[in-house]
Design a protein. Structure first.
Length: 252
């Protein structure tokens, strides 16, 4: 017997999906830096819960937070910083006791591969030959907020402010560096590892920014709370851990 299907579509740009009768679809809004690893985990999860369909919306954590506040039909939110999750929790948007911090990442300075700008540290960003520095928009992109912390702690923020080119998410920063549109950029180590077109110059100095941690939680308005909790629980298993670590993430 062939099950009936239905299409779902919303105004937040979520893909239209065919949902078979008896299937549950979970919409997961996740930080852009998780794109590759979550797509692989989704395929593995099918072996555990074949009737649960996972659909992702990836982007800057601040933009995803705003979508949830505006009523986007999201089941799970995974942020690249605690700030956005804190705001949603204070606003009553997060299901009580569903929040878990899953992952740790690092912030790195990258340049196009083969580029010779004589950059060896964050302090070199003040040099005159460095004209365009890509970072996430600090107003809503966590990697941009971490970048600003680094600049402030190194006392170079005012000097390099006019050089900054702001991106809507970390993957856009990566793309600009790959193409050579900018002299350098600041991304997560895991993003840099996905590309053979960039060179990692250095990690951010110890103590120069808050810990990069990724909290996940069920959105209170979810109609599939048990399934959403089950997926978050799976993300903390050894099976998921092995995949996260393959992409350069550390477990919390």
């Amino acid at each position: 017997m062939v099950g009936c299907s239905k299409k779902q579509q919303d105004s937040w740009g979520t893909n239209v999906n065919e949902i078979e009768e008896g299937e549950i679809e979970l919409l997961v809004s996740a930080a852009a830096s998780l794109t590759d690893v979550l797509e692989e985990i989704k395929e593995v999860y099918k072996n555990h819960e074949p009737n649960t369909k996972i659909t992702f919306t990836f982007g800057g954590s601040g933009a995803l937070q705003t979508q949830i506040e505006e009523g986007a039909p999201v089941d799970i939110f995974i942020s690249a910083a605690q700030k956005q999750m804190d705001t949603l929790e204070k606003g009553g948007e997060i299901l009580e006791d569903s929040r878990k911090t899953l992952l740790i990442n690092k912030v790195v300075l990258i340049t196009p591969k083969g580029d010779d700008k004589n950059i060896s540290s964050f302090d070199d960003l003040i040099n005159e030959n460095i004209e365009r520095i890509a970072i996430g928009d600090p107003s809503n992109v966590p990697v941009g907020q971490y970048s600003e912390e680094i600049f402030s702690n190194l006392n170079i923020k005012d000097t390099i402010n006019s050089k900054l080119i702001l991106a809507n998410d970390v993957r856009t920063v990566l793309a600009w560096v790959e193409s050579g549109e900018v002299d350098c950029g600041i991304v997560y180590a895991t993003d840099a590892f996905t590309s053979d077109k960039v060179k990692i110059i250095t990690e951010a100095p110890a103590g120069s920014h808050k810990e990069v941690s990724y909290p996940a939680a069920v959105v209170k308005s979810s109609k599939h709370v048990d399934s959403a909790k089950a997926f978050i629980d799976f993300l903390a298993t050894d099976e998921a851990k092995n995949i996260f670590e393959k992409y350069g993430f550390a477990m919390k």
